[in-house]
Design a protein around this ligand. Sequence first.
Ligand code: PLP
Length: 443
Amino acid sequence: MSLDLHLPAHGRGRGLAPGLRDLLRQRPASWDLPELPAIGGPLLGEGAVADSQRACARLLGATHCWFGVNGASGLLQAALLALAPPGSRVLLPRNLHRSLLHACVLGQLEPLLFELPFDPATGLWLPPSPEHLARVIAAGQVEGPVAAVALVSPTYQGLAADLPALTAVVHQAGLPLLVDGAHGHGAGITAGADLEVLSLQKSAGGLAQSAALLAQGPRIAVAALERSLLWLQTSSPSALLLASCEAAITALGSTEGARQRARATAVATQVQQRCQALGLPLVSSDDPLRLVLHTGALGINGLEADNWLLARGVIGELPEPATLTFCLGLRPPRGVAWRLPRRLAQLRRALAGPPLAPQEPPPLPLVGTLALPLGQAWRAPHHTVPLAAAAGAIAAEPLCPYPPGIPLLVPGERIDAARAGWLQRQSQLWPGQIADTVRVVAD
Ligand SMILES: Cc1ncc(COP(=O)(O)O)c(C=O)c1O
């Protein structure tokens, strides 16, 4: 029997939000309805969906909530487009999900990609301090005005930023903050952020593609948000996915949902304690349901560890060069508390060696700008060159391992010699994910 430790967090339905479980017991597809007057849709003022969005906004402390049926990706795009008119500059973190980059192409925005603190032991980006973010904003504003700032919190591995302090820094600069809270439960809105996007399959009990956009405060133009949602969302939103949005958010605030999370957390604590008792190195995470094995400390690349475990029926979520993240989900699989630590100890016996060399941060400035506009570079005539020969060229494609969907190189960036060397070394660390060639803009 496989040990499924990946998303969606409902774990093959075991931890599905109760309202959704009830719906799925009904006759198949009897719930697959159009936007009938009684039901409405995310952009309509009347009907069950509008009522539900209002209730979910109240529950999460926002003034507005829109359900989305194209994942956090679709809502992040709509959010950024609403914050920034064409031609404007937006500060995006280097650990951005690629959907924000796609938003820049669609909205003709200029991404200013900013560095984050980097942990060489694990190779993970860390949440920025308020001082770091203040320096980023000041550097971003040197060459001209900035329309908005985005942050990711928590990260895929469950590292949470000090959002109240960071929100204050962004607001002091007179800018709106968009929090990519795909892996969280709305801490951005609680902290005062203007917009937050949740992916309701990642840390709530919804189906894949169900997501929510939360908004509040005077920096947000509701009409602009609704306009960009209109541009980017389907005109036939799936009633099942809309019901999934409602059920997942409702469960976040219900006693039953809290009990379910507490039970899952108790199991996760047992897993952690057994791993620690076996001397297995874990990276500390703010999300108890994300278990991050520090494979680098065992001398194992996380992608290699993942392949070894996959062959033995353990399906993790996110392999990276020095870590492997498991999502325990809202109803962890039976026996995980002894099966996973035992397998990880076997992995160590089979593959461990001296700790890996420290991971290298990309050689980049605090705030990076593009040599060519993103959309222009991505569409430009191009040719393919080995990374070893890419120095001096301009990227015509992103280099982006998936998961996590964080680009290592962005179209329009000039690849200098240091970056070309770094990318070559990254392609060794991400076997099968990063090619040793890259498309560059033709001269
Ligand atoms: C930080 C972050 N934001 C956004 C997304 C996109 O979420 P979705 O797959 O729901 O579109 C992901 C997906 O992995 C993510 O990790």
